[in-house]
Design a protein around this ligand. Structure first.
Ligand SMILES: [Zn+2]
Length: 990
């Protein structure tokens, strides 16, 4: 899709007026022709009887036509669907679950054509008809008497058209041939006459299909109160609507929908709109079915139509006239697990309604927890579906982690009711306009629900750090995609972390440089202007530009479109390097490997908003719009320092000259709070990453950790420890271990002690603190792994209490992992045996945790016994157990010997297919830890003598790569870190 010129809107309005006049002149002609048509005998439209599938009809695939295009021609625009679905939840003789459907589509012809093209996958048509309804201009004239015309009115007008008595100009259109073009999932209707622009037609299709397992219309069998049940639901995004009903399945071809579901009377039927009528129908076998009819939807895209036929229960509440119901298995509802979702849905809907200042257009919203769903959730308008564990919440859980997850997902899906459902991207290439906005708004939602959560901190930890790590190298993708590129893949490829996470990071950057006030004002107007219609990113930029042009507070260096396109069309993340001695600020593509080559689609210049502070004082923002620029203000005097990217609202990493890094380290030692928490997090994150990939040295990164004794923020600590204890890029080696231990223990003790006290006193007080719940594990793990006596004591105490009273685990959930591990590591046979006994009594999640804990023992004979048990008793977890044991220094040697001795046995137990995991994952892991050439050669020898020839080469290559990588990494950093620690850890005493 080409960019739209700013005057395009006004020109097209003028054209529309001219067109209307022309059409008005043609009305008489059309009426006369219509009348003549009605009198002409028509050929039958019944192209096949019910027993004939269209696949049997000759497909003129070698004949070129509009069906060769991947996109619909848009010469016909659907206005309204009258859709009935009748799914059978009983298996037929072939083991399938069939459904039948009937759809009448009101179509407006905008360009003459003699071919009707619409989407359909694996649907068998029994009856296809097409007839002229009348002239669209007449309809508009009757509707526009009061000068008002909007999408909902249009919807009502087409509803009138469904009334057979309204068929004033009707006449059948003769169809020559109907066939399917499977390559592009089209059903093609070739006509004997042309459809005329300006006319409305009614396309009537009767068809059958099969219910699937995971997508489109799917069935799930589950248990409720231990009784077997089934539910039929739909998942239509991105392009599965065509597998449920023939349709113009493109997001921009919005229409209104009148939906009817035929179902067993003991089930409830749900769809986007409230049910308005319930009736009965008798099947040919005499069985009686219930027909639930739903109100007509507003104008919307096909991919958010939705259907659920279930035997669920619900809880409900009414918020601002909107009935909210949360549906789930009856057992789940009875236990009260649906109440969290119910308690947050209403406030979130109202919050977003107020924030965007755009009313929520529906009268009801159903939230449905499905026992199985291919995605976490789907935002269908008015009928949001979730995988059960994402929506339900057991209030007995003390940790706030799962509560947080539910709140975040509910918040995301509610944001979609505006971003995606009300205003939709024109094509999947701009999916980030749905997902990037919904993802950013989910953070607004969650911080609204929990005022203790700080948006910048949460966004940085949750979103930026992971996407910054992923947005490098060959697998990085652009946020927007060119249409041609998407065709090579398919629409489902757009559902990736770049669309969601990078998309949301770009929205946040936009909001930051526009100011939140202007951003929200502009977004609110954008939502109003494009309600019930579609946009591409230029529509967004051009719309916001109007607001920028009408104020004086925010000044941009160029058009918003120009700025933002430098981000949405380029892959990768920029690295900004500031030299505070010269004021030179340069940008380049951040690379993790010199072989990274993502130059083809970009010039690696971004127009970067640069916020910054000098000595803790915020300064006037700058723009970097070329590879390098000198800003005299960015120079510093001897006692000054600069931090770029305040609160990390910009999508870039930063590097500085050595002096500035040193001064930052000194400032942190003097008073860390002068630097905002989010920037402390990101300075450390950037410094370690830059050191890892050679942009700076490890001494620079480590210098930023000298102050940590004063650091009280768990997120900063988490970021440091994530790097220091990384197993992929290990900084700790046998040689530097004692120094590292001394260095870290001195610094971690204060924060450790604070949490240890809280755990001993009453850890429930931290149950609502999300960051503590998710990050405390690493603090305890590090303290215990470096042998902090109090930590080992704490582990021993808590574990001993559990051993005394094994009926319920008293160890708080968020610290169970390190506590059990270190209690077993420093205990003996008794502790190990207790955990093993509990494994056999536990549920799956608890069991996985105990499997890990059991691998922590330092007793060789227990480790050996554990591997033996895994093969005998827990075969399905044996692979994970091996991986855990390998993480243990002593365990690694035991596991290697065990593997050699038992290779044939493992092969016999798991068979050739499952043994693959053992050699493709375990052997490279051993290689990466091999301490000498001799050990590595032993692994090679093992591969050569045990693995069959056709797989051997590949495994040898993998193993060698791992070994080389780890060898290169260790030798590179070992001396550097050792020297630094010798200079800096000496002062540490513990
Ligand atoms: Zn989404």
């Amino acid at each position: 899709m080409g960019p739209k010129s700013s005057s395009g809107f006004y020109l097209s309005r003028t054209s529309a007026v001219l067109l209307t006049l022309l059409l008005a002149a043609l009305i008489l002609v059309v009426i006369i022709l219509g009348a003549l048509y009605a009198r002409t005998p028509q050929r039958s439209h019944h192209i096949c009887d019910t027993s004939t599938s269209l696949e049997n009809i000759a497909e003129p695939t070698d004949r070129p036509g509009i069906w060769n295009n991947l996109r619909l021609p848009h010469n016909l625009v659907p206005l309204h669907y009258d859709l009935e679905l009748w799914p059978r939840m009983e298996e037929d003789e072939e083991g399938n679950y069939p459904f039948s459907g009937q759809v009448n589509i009101t179509i407006s012809c905008v360009e003459d054509t003699d071919v009707v093209l619409l989407h359909s996958i694996q649907l068998n048509f029994s009856d296809v008809g097409l007839r002229l309804l009348g002239n669209k201009t007449i309809m508009y004239q009757s509707m526009e008497k009061d000068g008002k015309h909007n999408a909902l009115q249009e919807g009502r007008a087409y509803k009138r058209l469904q009334d057979p008595t309204y068929d004033i100009h009707g006449g059948n259109v003769s169809i020559n041939n109907v066939w399917t073009f499977e390559d592009h999932s089209y059903v093609v209707l070739e006509l004997n006459e042309r459809l005329v622009a300006g006319n409305l037609y009614l396309l009537e299709l009767n068809y059958t299909g099969f219910i699937r397992q995971n997508t489109a219309l799917f069935i799930t069998h589950y248990k409720d109160f231990n009784i077997d049940k089934a539910v039929v639901a739909s998942l239509l995004e991105p392009e599965y609507a065509r597998a449920v009903y023939p349709c113009f399945d493109e997001p921009a071809l919005k229409a209104t929908f009148k939906i009817r579901l035929v179902h067993n009377s003991s089930y409830v039927a749900l769809s986007n709109m409230p049910a308005v009528a319930v009736s009965e129908r008798e099947d040919i076998d005499g069985s009686i079915w219930t027909v639930t009819t739903f109100d007509t939807t507003p104008k919307m895209s096909t991919y958010i139509t939705a259907f659920v036929i279930c035997d669920f229960d619900y809880v409900n509440i009414t918020e601002r006239g909107n009935e909210i119901r949360v549906w789930a298995r009856k057992e789940v509802v009875q236990k009260g697990f649906a109440s969290l979702a119910l308690s947050i849905a209403g406030p979130l809907l109202s919050y977003m309604e107020d924030l965007f200042n755009v009313s929520y257009p529906l009268q009801k919203t159903d939230f449905v927890a499905l026992p199985d769903l291919d995605v976490e959730a789907m935002e269908n308008w008015g009928l949001i579906t979730f995988i059960e564990e994402a929506l339900i919440y057991d209030p007995r859980q003390k940790s706030s982690n799962s509560k947080f997850r539910t709140s975040l997902i509910v918040s995301h899906e509610i944001a979609h009711q505006w971003f995606g459902n009300l205003v939709t991207m024109k094509w999947w290439t701009d999916l980030w306009l749905n997902e990037g906005f919904a993802t950013y708004m989910e953070y607004f939602g969650i911080t609204f629900l929990d005022s203790k959560l700080e948006l910048n901190e949460l966004f940085t930890m949750h979103n930026l750090q992971p996407i910054f790590e992923r947005d490098v190298g060959a697998h990085a993708k652009t946020v927007s995609m060119k249409e041609e590129e998407l065709y090579e893949a398919d629409s489902s490829h757009m559902f990736n972390e770049f669309t969601y996470d990078k998309g949301s990071a770009l929205v946040r950057m936009l909001s930051s440089f526009l100011t939140e006030k202007l951003f929200i004002k502009g977004i609110s107007s954008y939502l109003k202007t494009f309600s019930f219609s579609n946009v591409d990113q230029d529509d967004l930029w051009n719309h916001l530009q109007m607001f920028i042009d009408h104020q004086d507070e925010v000044r941009l260096p160029t058009t918003l479109r120009h700025i933002m396109q430098s981000w949405t069309w380029q892959r990768g993340i920029p690295l900004l390097t500031l030299d505070t001695t010269t004021g030179e600020l340069a940008e380049e593509l951040f690379k993790t490997d010199n072989t990274d080559n993502i130059t083809s689609d970009s010039n690696h210049t971004w127009i970067v908003p640069v916020t910054w502070m000098k000595n803790g004082t915020k300064q006037i923002s700058l723009w970097l719009d070329s590879k390098s620029k000198v800003f005299p203000v960015l120079t510093t005097a001897a006692d000054e320092w600069i931090v770029l990217n305040i609160n990390v609202t910009g999508y870039y990493r930063t590097n500085y000259n050595k002096e500035n890094w040193n001064r930052l380290a000194k400032q942190l030692e003097a008073n860390p709070k002068v630097v905002p928490t989010v920037n402390r997090i990101q300075l450390i994150e950037d410094a370690f990453i830059l050191a890892r990939y050679g942009y700076t040295d490890h001494g620079t990164a480590l210098s930023l950790t000298k102050y940590l004794e004063k650091e009280e923020e768990i997120n900063v600590w988490y970021t440091v420890l994530k790097h220091v204890t990384s197993s992929d890029y290990p900084l700790i080696t046998y040689t530097n271990f004692p120094l590292f231990k001394k260095y870290i223990l001195k610094r971690i003790s204060p924060i450790y002690q604070r949490f240890a006290n809280s755990i001993r006193r009453n850890f429930d007080e931290a149950a609502d603190d999300y960051f503590i719940q998710v990050h405390i594990e690493l603090i305890l793990k590090t303290a215990c792994s470096f042998g902090l006596q109090d930590c080992l004591q704490l582990a021993h105490q808590l574990y001993a209490t559990w051993m005394k009273n094994c009926s319920g685990n008293v160890i708080p959930e968020s610290i169970r992992n390190p506590i059990c591990c270190y209690a077993i590591a420093n205990g003996g046979e008794k502790e190990w045996e207790f955990a093993w006994k509990m494994v056999n009594k536990s549920e799956e999640i608890e069991r996985d945790l105990l499997f890990y804990a059991l691998s922590c023992t330092k007793e060789p004979w227990l480790l050996h016994r554990y591997l033996e048990y895994s093969l005998e008793m827990y075969k399905s977890s044996a692979f994970t157990i091996f991986l855990d044991v390998i993480k243990n220094e002593i365990g690694r040697h035991i596991a290697w010997e065990f593997l050699k001795e038992n290779w044939q046995r493992i092969h016999d137990i798991f068979g050739p297919r499952d043994t693959v995991d053992f050699y493709t994952v375990l052997l490279p892991t051993f290689a990466s830890k091999a301490a000498s050439d001799l050990q590595f050669q032993e692994i090679q020898l093992f591969i050569n003598t045990t693995i069959n020839e056709n797989q051997r080469e590949r495994i040898l290559e993998q193993v060698e790569n791992k070994w080389r990588k780890s060898l290169g990494w260790t030798s590179k950093i070992n001396d550097e870190i050792l020297t630094w620690l010798q200079r800096n850890a000496d002062e540490a005493e513990i």
